[in-house]
Design a protein around this ligand. Structure first.
Ligand SMILES: Cc1cc2nc3c(=O)[nH]c(=O)nc-3n(C[C@H](O)[C@H](O)[C@H](O)COP(=O)(O)O)c2cc1C
Length: 282
């Protein structure tokens, strides 16, 4: 089994998942591997991904990273996994998630299962603790300071271990079943919640047209391509609640009720005490 090329694909509105992805890439490059990055927030990702996957499929492997949103992977990552061509060569893959110390849900399990359904074998996986991306205005956000150096060291260990098992021609050491670590009640809840449901009770992002200068920063940084300037920002159906438009608006023209959201997230966090709030590699 020889791989040689690594595609690191990720969606990362607030940057933690990207940080984990680049830590993996740097370690692999240090070990002499060739690395390609694919930011799934770019509208051109399919054109960029195809050549890497098509040219020499038998010698590339995939790392795919997502933040956990409402217990699942985010829409761009799910879209990528749906799009991924079937791997008749049974290539290797490693799913990884970052999560904001509430609950890592079933995102990693679902990503692993999707990869297996596409013919991939799992060489490892990771769930990495990160600062909660709805709490950037808080004095004490959940997951504050993460991923820290200890978390990133675990990520480097995973990269090294994966590279070793490739070199030694080892069979795939884990399966998606190993990522099904949540107790039954969490799995049931997670299966019953999705972003559409969260959106139905989310207040949305009202824009103050008196303050907005139509600069376009919100549209340029929307990972879902959901914002059109008409001439003021209009937020469309594809929005998956990442908050980038609010966070990055230089005028503070997009409103977000931080306190209500923060309280709700903290209440949720109280319900999910069984999962230790730490990073783990598989
Ligand atoms: C809409 C939304 C939903 C989220 N849902 C969860 C969740 O279910 N569990 C959790 O632990 N963190 C949750 N988070 C926090 C993110 O998973 C976490 O901050 C992640 O590291 C963000 O990744 P990024 O920095 O790459 O965007 C949520 C964040 C947002 C904005």
């Amino acid at each position: 089994m020889s791989f040689g090329k690594h595609l690191i694909a990720y969606s990362s509105p607030a940057g933690s998942t990207e940080k984990v992805g680049s830590t993996i890439g740097e370690k692999l490059e240090q070990l002499g591997e060739t690395v390609y990055y694919l930011d799934l927030s770019s509208s051109a990702w399919k054109e960029k991904a195809s050549p890497v996957l098509d040219k020499d499929t038998s010698s590339s492997m995939i790392w795919i990273g997502s933040p956990v949103y409402a217990q699942h992977a985010v829409p761009p990552v799910r879209e990528f996994l749906d799009w991924l061509p079937y791997s008749s060569e049974r290539q290797g893959a490693v799913p990884f998630v970052t999560w904001g110390a509430v609950c890592s849900g079933i995102a990693l399990f679902e990503m692993g299962r999707s990869l297996e359904e596409k013919g991939y074998g799992l060489l490892g996986a990771a769930k990495i603790l990160s600062e909660h991306s709805s709490m950037w205005r808080s004095n004490s956000p959940l997951g504050a300071g993460h991923p820290d150096e200890t978390d990133l060291e675990k990520v480097r260990q995973l990269a090294e271990r994966v590279q070793n098992s490739i070199k030694q021609g080892a069979k795939f050491p884990i399966s998606s079943q190993d990522l099904d670590y949540q107790p039954a009640w969490i799995r049931r809840e997670a299966e019953n919640i999705d972003l559409q449901k969260v959106k139905s009770f989310h207040p949305g992002y009202p824009v103050d047209n008196e303050v907005c200068t139509q600069c376009g920063v919100c549209a340029d940084n929307c990972p879902a391509g959901a914002i059109t300037l008409n001439p003021f920002p209009e937020i469309g159906e594809n929005c998956f609640l990442c908050n980038n438009c609010v966070r990055l608006c230089p005028e503070g023209a997009i409103y977000f009720d931080t306190d209500t959201v923060e309280n709700r997230v903290r209440e949720m966090e109280q319900r999910f005490q069984e999962e230790e709030k730490k990073s783990e590699i598989f």
